[in-house]
Structures are given as C-alpha cells and as structure tokens.
Ligand binder design. Sequence first.
Ligand SMILES: Nc1ncnc2c1ncn2[C@@H]1O[C@H](COP(=O)(O)OP(=O)(O)O)[C@@H](O)[C@H]1O
Ligand SMILES: [Mg+2]
Length: 425
Amino acid sequence: MSLLELDDVKVHFPVKKGLFFDRTVGHVYAVDGVSLSIEAGQTYGLVGESGCGKTTLGRAVLRLNDITDGGVVFDGTDLAKLPSEEMRAFRRRLQMVFQDPLGSLNPRQNIESILSEGMAAHGIGKDQTERREKIKDILAKVGLPSNALSRYPHEFSGGQRQRIGIARALVLEPDVIICDEPVSALDVSVQAQVINLLEELQESLGLTYLVIAHDLAVVRHISDVIGVMYLGGLVEEAPSDALYAKPRHPYTKALMSAVPVPDPEVEDRRERILLHGDLPSPANPPAGCRFHTRCPWVQETKCATERPPLLDTGDGHKVACHFTAEIEAGTVKQTLATGIEAVTGTETVAAEAVEVSEGETETEVPAADAPAKEPATVPAQADADADAKETEAKAADVKDAEKEAADATEETADATEKAEGSPKA
Ligand SMILES: Nc1ncnc2c1ncn2[C@@H]1O[C@H](COP(=O)(O)OP(=O)(O)O)[C@@H](O)[C@H]1O
Ligand SMILES: [Mg+2]
C-alpha cells in the first residue's frame, strides 16, 4: 500500500453573491476528481499551468482546504473524514514548503523563533535548549550557518530563505513534504541548488515528496512519477523517464514542445505545438474532455461530450484521452484548436487569414458551438495575423542579415585586396 493515496478528490469552492444573505450562485471546480498514489520514499511531480488546481490539491491533502468529496488516505487513515482534533496529530507528519519563502516567514520573528514555534506546538523537545540544539542540527543539514538562529528573514537571500522554509518543515520530523513551486521564486542559478538539497534530504531522511511546479524542467530529475494536471484533473501520469521519452496526451505534448532543447540541431527541427486560447475558467469548465477546446486533435462529438478517464496504457503510463492510439497511429488528423472543420492545420489558417476578412471567418463557426468557441476564433485570427506578420518580419530580418553579411564579406575582401595589393580571385 502506498503511503499517500488520493481517491477521486474534489475541491469545489462555492461562489457567493448577495448583500444580506450569501447565495451560492456557482462553484469553482478547482480540483475535480484526482486520484493518485505516492510510494514511501518517492517523489511525485505534479505539473500543469497556473490555475489548474495544483496548490488547491496540495492544500487539500493537509486539509487546509475543505475536501468536497473523495478520500486522502495517509498511512492507512482517511484524512478527508477525520475530525479536526484527530487531524492535528497528522499535521506534523505532513508538511508544506511554499512558493514564496519571504511571504511565508514572519518578518518580525527571528529564525529560532520561527522554527521552534511549530516544535513547541507539537511537543517536540522538552525545552527551548533541546529545541535549539535540534534546530542547529537541521540548519546544518539545509546548509545554513548556525548563527542564522538569531537573524531575521530579510537578512537572507531568496535561496537561503527557501532553505529556512525547508528547515521549518524538517524540524517537525515529517514523513511527507508537499513542496508547492519550491523554486519558482528563485533565480535560475539557485533553483538547482535547492532541488539538489531536496534530493539529498530525501535520501538521508527517507522523505516522501509531492513536488508541485508549472515548469516541467523543475520536476524532471527529482520525480519518480509525474502527473500532468489540466483544469482540475490529471490528463497523464507516468514514470518520469517514460513521460519524457514519450508524452502521450496532446496537452503533455504541447507542454513538452515548449521546452527548448540544448542541442541546436534538434532545437531547429523540433516540432512546436501551439495551443490556442487561454485556460478556460474552472468555474465553467468545458463539458466532455476538459482539454477539447484547445486540443489540436479534437474530434467531433465524443471529445465534447464524454470525459475520458485516466487509463493505464501499459507499464504504468496512464492517459486520459479518447484518441491516444489513433493520434499516434496517425489515423486521426490534426484539426484546429477551435474545432472548425473547414480548415485543417495551422498553415491553412495562416494563409487564409491574410485574405479572408474577419466577418467571413466568423460565419464558419458552427452555430451550435458558438458560445464556447466563439472567443477562441478571435485569438486564432489574431494569432494567424501575428504569425503572418512575424514571418514577414523574419523574412525582412533575414534579408537585412544577408545584406550585412554580403557587405561584411565585401569589406573583408576589400581589406584583403588592399593588404595584399592583388585583385580578387
Ligand atoms: N479559496 C478559494 N476560493 C475560490 N477559488 C479559489 C480559491 N483558491 C483557489 N481558487 C481557484 O481555484 C483555481 C485553482 O487554483 P490553484 O489551486 O491556486 O491553481 P495552481 O496552484 O495550479 O496555480 C483557480 O481558478 C483559483 O482562482
Ligand atoms: Mg499554485
């Protein structure tokens, strides 16, 4: 049995309105049916773009958000149904490290006070002297000097503050640490150091991690398993290597295609999948597959009506897509992100958009789909226009560059000529 198991977890925030009486007028479906499990001593990486519900899910595990439905089984106990007094005992064993280290550390407390607060509350250490010794020990583990004890958060750099945040979790001797975007606020040069520290600590202390990030590169090396989240649900989950070697869900493919490759030759040939439109609102998620309004491979009817379950496609690689096999076999064609049948492939759109006036493009939108898809046509048009302009601009750039290069060659030739005093070959 896994150390932490989430079973169809839902967190819906009520949207209230009214002056005198709060009326619930709708819900934000921030997390809408997530199941996953994390083995003891392993790291689960949770990725997805901002607003897809990652933080809400992390907070729900600690019961910092009410769980609308579903189970959070930690070490055999379902926390979702636990009375709050009993939850207290589990709070110590599940800790969180936050994105913004400065915002999560009280500026008026020195480090010793920040770190001993939780220890005292959970009865760790019989007195302050004992707690101080323990804190010194942990500070050394996270790579901070012991004189940090009497200093204040603002005296530290961003990376050091995140080390303090990690130390604050560690002094409570947790089993699980939920790291919510642990390096997003840090300089790139410091990010790797903090990630390495987390890995070292995991090894020496046998910790279990849920690492949340919006950036695939951050979770890649630290994670054993990666889950990709979109609009409140998981769309793909696989062992880290398998996910990178062969992303199967169209959304994961799009995310992955946005990550630059260090090899310039591969980088030039790399296929980039551009998603149209923004993440839809979790207060009004699309019916059927949540991703169908932006999916380059969206197929008629089924994608818009049936929500695909997350199914194991072999070797623990789970995908929530009706057409995984067909997309890979090439038997379903790429349609437009907006689902307009008349046009296939982005090149056609870009070419047409230059000639067709806006009015004409709009009439192509099937009337039935108008409410959900109308806004998406505008960015598509705008994108196409922008693309066309960009291509023009690039062509101009290339010409300029060519001219410059030619000039330069001429100059060099001239110079050589003068120096050598002989005519050009
Ligand atoms: N307390 C809350 N009340 C209402 N809506 C919320 C609350 N917390 C988060 N949300 C909404 O839930 C969605 C998911 O948010 P969040 O979990 O913070 O996403 P992420 O961490 O992936 O960026 C967002 O649309 C956000 O506005
Ligand atoms: Mg977040």
